[in-house]
Ligand binder design. Structure first.
Ligand code: DC
Length: 218
């Protein structure tokens, strides 16, 4: 029996995480947050004080790191046995993750770790290259995006709610820089698969997006 896979790709801040988790929960499928794998590698690399401009050192860290994922209501990630969930979301982690994700050898090492998530009864995989590289044969593919301005406002609100003092202009610039890096890199750039459904969530509530994705499967 083939295992159904739904891929949800798109830029950061488009709502992929929220939509993917909600859809996985509704369907009772597994959930792969591929960004958290790159983010975990960023944390491991920063901790080991390695030279972030040296691809070989980062590739060695990627080969050695041991990751465990637990997705009950929230995603819990352990790096070499230690819970690092609280550190995954920081801007620094995201920006270092985006840099090291451009290294082809790093992507090659992380490929199998991601494919191992494909298990019965099904998988929702969220990232940048899920439908193009990691699961090109996926039965269902979505490309979820929103304008950079809208994504910046969403991120700004999230951070303000957490009591973190931020500047909207700076967040917009960071988002645009990350988009450029993720789209312009040579190794598995952020791109829409030819057979994906395009959803622009700029003017949609997350509930509506979730329903639209579920309709695709049912
Ligand atoms: O989705 P996210 O913001 O957690 O991802 C963090 C970074 O990881 C993102 O800027 C690029 C990289 N990434 C990637 O290259 N490929 C993926 N499938 C997922 C994330």
């Amino acid at each position: 029996m083939s295992i159904p896979v739904l891929t949800i790709d798109g830029p950061s801040g488009a709502g992929k995480g929220t939509v993917s988790r909600a859809v996985a929960k509704k369907l009772g499928w597994h959930y792969l947050d591929s960004g958290s794998i790159y983010r975990s590698l960023a944390i491991a690399s920063l901790r080991q004080n390695i030279n972030l401009d040296n691809p070989q050192e980062i590739t060695d860290v990627a080969a050695r790191m041991r990751l465990e994922f637990d997705c009950l209501d929230e995603l819990i990630v352990k790096l070499d046995g230690e819970d690092i969930t609280a550190q995954l979301g920081s801007e620094q982690t995201g920006s270092v993750a985006s840099k090291i994700a451009a290294i082809p050898e790093v992507r090659a090492i992380l490929l199998q770790k991601q494919r191992d998530f494909k298990q019965l009864p099904g998988l929702v995989a969220d990232g940048r290259d899920m439908g193009t590289v990691v699961f090109p044969d996926a039965k269902y593919k979505v490309f979820l995006t929103a304008s950079a301005a809208e994504r910046a406002v969403r991120r700004y609100k999230q951070l303000i709610e957490k009591g973190i003092d931020v500047n909207l202009q700076k967040i917009t610039e960071e988002i645009e820089a990350r988009d450029r890096r993720d789209m312009e890199r040579e190794a598995a750039p952020l791109a829409m698969a030819a057979d994906a459904i395009y959803i622009d969530s700029s003017d949609m509530s997350l509930e509506v997006v979730i329903q639209e994705v579920l309709n695709l499967i049912r």
